[in-house]
Design a protein around this ligand. Structure first.
Ligand code: BYC
Length: 331
């Protein structure tokens, strides 16, 4: 796709009077709550930040299919299998919408996919953890999709139109995902002692990684200031993390499940559930490629990409034929 032809400021270079005026008009539109659309002028940093964040998000949706795809063949009933297949397909769709949204910024999808496959691009840390039991399908829906909804409901009001609109639809689907996950947890938590223990064990593994999904603490989040200024983000990482904890603790209590945090306590003064210290060294290890499944996830994506080469070749050959047919009809 051809990059939009709008004027754009050099990343770090001097800003001309014209560019200052464009930037002021751009920021005034954002302050007035307007959406920025692909052909509108935007600062190069805004384009770069959105490309980074949206492509990481798209990669997360696609890599996020792997931990759950692992359980499709082992779902305990036909009904569970159908809903798990549908959920995994939905994640593929989310990846597709967000890749399309990223392309409106003038970047080619092939380039983004290459960045993922050669390990340059990030994707959500949460998908580098293994899915060891059926209860993980419930807990991922409840906690991981639950965290995603908290984050993405706010992104549905982001200043960039194509991203915000993609989030509206994605959030609707994530709500179903969360409900089916919580329902799996409810059934298991009210089942046999072994089933209840299976949910508890899964929550013990996924609780802290779910909190890490919101990113580093605000004091250590280099991108937040710029993204908040331009209203791509509307809340900070810590604000969203706290909101997620506040929503989730009562759900855990209703299930009769203990969250693995001895410091968790309700603070009457703020109305917040205060939680213990996050192990940021684990987060940074996972981001550095040293999580339990980083290698496996990338290997699976590379294999899928290689296996799909013939499909891309066929699609290109078909497009070429159509083009040639159209050209000869015009001539
Ligand atoms: N994992 O300055 P910060 C889903 C990186 S899909 C990995 O705070 P920012 C689902 C960050 O990228 C879930 N990396 O960054 C799918 C940055 O690195 P670079 C995905 C992380 O952008 C299937 C550095 O750390 N959701 O829910 O201001 C099934 C410093 O961080 C993580 C999205 O992508 C992480 N957890 O804030 C079920 C939502 N956190 O690029 C569910 C869109 C941080 O500077 N993204 N990093 O090298 C966002 O909302 C924001 O990008 C983040 C990070 C809150 C994630």
């Amino acid at each position: 796709m051809t990059p939009p032809t709008s004027a754009s400021a050099p990343v770090n270079g001097p800003v001309s009077a014209d560019e200052s005026a464009l930037l002021a008009a751009f920021e005034a539109r954002i302050a007035a709550g307007e959406c920025i659309e692909p052909k509108d002028w935007m600062p190069e940093r805004y384009r770069k930040q959105l490309t980074r964040m949206m492509s990481q998000h798209a990669h997360s949706e696609v890599v996020g299919m792997l931990p759950e795809g692992n359980w499709i063949t082992r779902a305990p009933s036909l009904r569970r299998k159908l809903s798990l297949i549908a959920k995994v397909q939905d994640e593929a769709g989310h990846g597709l919408y967000i890749y399309c949204g990223t392309e409106t910024l003038g970047v080619d999808r092939q380039e983004l996919v290459e960045q993922l496959l050669d390990g340059r691009a990030k994707y959500s840390s949460i998908f580098n953890y293994p899915t060891l039991s059926w209860a993980d399908m419930g807990v991922i829906g409840w906690l991981v999709d639950g965290a995603a909804i908290v984050n993405q409901t706010v992104l549905a009001k982001a200043s960039y139109g194509p991203y915000a609109r993609a989030m509206v639809r994605i959030c609707k689907e994530e709500n179903f995902h969360k409900r089916q996950g919580y329902e799996i947890c409810t059934v298991l938590a009210n089942g046999t002692p072994a089933q209840k223990a299976m949910v508890q064990e899964s929550v013990n593994r996924f609780w802290w990684p779910a909190l890490m999904m919101f990113g580093p603490s605000d004091t250590n989040s280099p991108n937040s200031a710029e993204l908040l200024k331009w209203r791509v983000k509307r809340k900070t990482n810590d604000e969203l993390r706290q909101r997620f904890v506040n929503l989730t603790v009562p759900q855990a209590i209703a299930l009769g499940i203990t969250l693995p945090d001895p410091d968790l306590r309700f603070d009457e003064a703020t109305g917040d559930w205060k939680f213990g210290a996050i192990d940021w060294s684990e987060f940074h290890e996972v981001l550095a490629g040293n999580g339990p499944c980083n290698q496996e996830r990338l290997a699976a994506r590379r294999k899928a990409h290689d296996d799909g080469a013939w499909v891309r070749a066929a699609a290109n050959a078909h497009a070429e034929k159509q083009r040639a047919r159209k050209d000869s009809a015009v001539a």
